[in-house]
Design a protein around this ligand. Structure first.
Ligand code: NAP
Length: 252
């Protein structure tokens, strides 16, 4: 049976990297897409919106800082005014600031937690009423293998991603009877602007490559299939899970 409407997906941090790849893939799979990024990425986001429209559906740009409740509220208001529903939410916006615990500043800790962890919470809280009204929703939170095993100089980042996983498990339990699933993807080492923090040095890149079972670094496109699965009805009985998408670095 085909749905009488096109499903709508919100993807945060969608101008480039993993978010852009997810946005284009969902557009290609028949979703109308609402694409968020922070205002300073307006030009790049506009380009991604144009690329998404080329797949024949609707695509809109929504500028918002996901760590601001006011921004997130107006973003979701604008989304609903234009599309009327939200079927899938992909919380992808995130930042990484490297630094050892001993010298980590309070402001670095706060900004990483605010965007990665609180941002995920704020976007879900704002989109939940629409999904509950529909009795349907697919939540996909982008965590990281860093949230499972950590990495030196990424204390606040790893803590924020562990928070996203814990939050997702609670969502699964609170929303299970409302037709809403919530799952996490844990990317490994993916070549994006953020990934380059780990990959700029060819020697470091070689070490990371050798840590994977597949002996390769990932591309943003490696992440899109698992996200699409969690956004689809094929995963209707899967909730509260975290899936490593890392070419085989972490095995739990
Ligand atoms: P990226 O290339 O840095 O892209 C992230 C996007 O999010 C950027 O456009 C960024 O804008 C935007 N953003 C930052 N703060 C925001 C905010 N407050 N509100 C809205 N948008 C904001 O990163 P990526 O590598 O594609 O990573 C995407 C997600 O995957 C992140 O959650 C990341 O933690 C996760 N991840 C990545 C890797 C990896 O190896 N790349 C591994 C594991 C997990 P600005 O650049 O202007 O800040």
């Amino acid at each position: 049976m085909t749905t009488p409407f096109r499903k709508v997906a919100l993807v945060t941090g969608a101008s480039r990297g993993i978010g852009r790849a997810i946005a284009l893939d969902l557009a290609q799979r028949g979703f109308d897409v609402a694409l968020n990024d922070i205002a300073r990425q307006a030009d790049t986001l506009a380009e991604t919106v144009r690329e998404a429209e080329a797949f024949g559906g609707r695509a809109i740009a929504l500028h918002a800082d996901v760590s601001s409740k006011a921004d997130v509220s107006s973003m979701v208001e604008s989304l609903l005014a234009q599309f009327g529903r939200i079927d899938a939410v992909v919380n992808n916006a995130g930042i990484l600031i490297a630094g050892p615990v001993e010298t980590l500043t309070e402001s670095s800790w706060d900004v990483v937690m605010d965007i990665n962890a609180k941002g995920t919470f704020l976007v879900i809280q704002a989109t939940l009423p629409a999904m509950k009204r529909q009795g349907y929703g697919r939540i996909v939170n982008i965590a990281s293998i860093g949230g499972k095993h950590g990495a030196p100089e990424q204390a606040h980042y790893s803590a924020s991603k562990a928070a996203v996983m814990g939050f997702t498990r609670v969502l699964a339990q609170e929303l299970g009877s409302s037709g809403i699933t919530a799952n996490c993807i844990c990317p490994g080492i993916i070549l994006t602007d953020m990934g380059r923090v780990n990959l700029d040095d060819p020697e470091v890149q070689k070490i990371w490559r050798s840590k994977t079972a597949q002996d390769r670094i990932g591309a943003p496109e490696d992440v899109v299939g698992p996200v699409a699965f969690f956004c689809s009805d094929d995963s209707a009985f899967v909730t509260g899970q975290t899936l490593n998408v890392d070419g085989g670095i972490v095995f739990s």
